[in-house]
Design a protein around this ligand. Structure first.
Ligand SMILES: [Zn+2]
Ligand SMILES: [Zn+2]
Length: 150
């Protein structure tokens, strides 16, 4: 297991960000969450450790992490902001029913190759594939619903 503090310090240094206790607690919550949480979910976790913190402060720090690329927005078109502190290249499995987002290691897929040209002037920063489907718990709920209606 990676040492959280070492990862945080290293990323702050690499991305030119000052190291504060507040940031540390917020980033720890982001790193620990594997479900691509919303800022509100992070706020609920951080509040347990810093009861006086406001949602605005959490938002501001998340915005800072996004600005310096210590954090990614999972998708820009899901309606709500979902956060990802996993900076290693990976893809996402997205459930269309409960909107859960699960990491899929890059090695599980052949790299996507582009055969055409990007629109002129478009600069690629990262590329990942979103696989849309229905997660196991949702699929189970659906099939048990079908069974009970029969
Ligand atoms: Zn689901
Ligand atoms: Zn992810």
């Amino acid at each position: 297991m990676e040492d959280f503090l070492a990862v945080f310090r290293d990323r702050c240094k690499r991305h030119g960000l000052a190291f504060t206790h507040q940031r540390q607690v917020i980033y720890q919550a982001l790193l620990a969450a594997k479900d691509h949480p919303t800022p509100e979910a992070i706020y609920d976790i951080v509040r347990e450790r810093i009861p006086s913190i406001s949602l605005g402060t959490v938002y501001k720090n998340i915005k800072t992490f996004l600005d310096v690329d210590m954090l990614c927005e999972v998708s820009l078109h899901h309606g709500s902001l979902r956060l990802d502190a996993n900076l290693h290249a990976h893809h996402h499995l997205v459930c269309r029913i409960c909107r859960s987002i699960t990491d899929l290691d890059e090695s599980e897929m052949e790299p996507a190759r582009f055969t055409g040209k990007f629109p002129r002037g478009f600069r690629v920063q990262r590329q990942n594939v979103e696989i849309i489907g229905i997660c196991a718990p949702c699929a189970q709920k659906q099939s048990s619903k079908k069974q009970s209606s029969n």
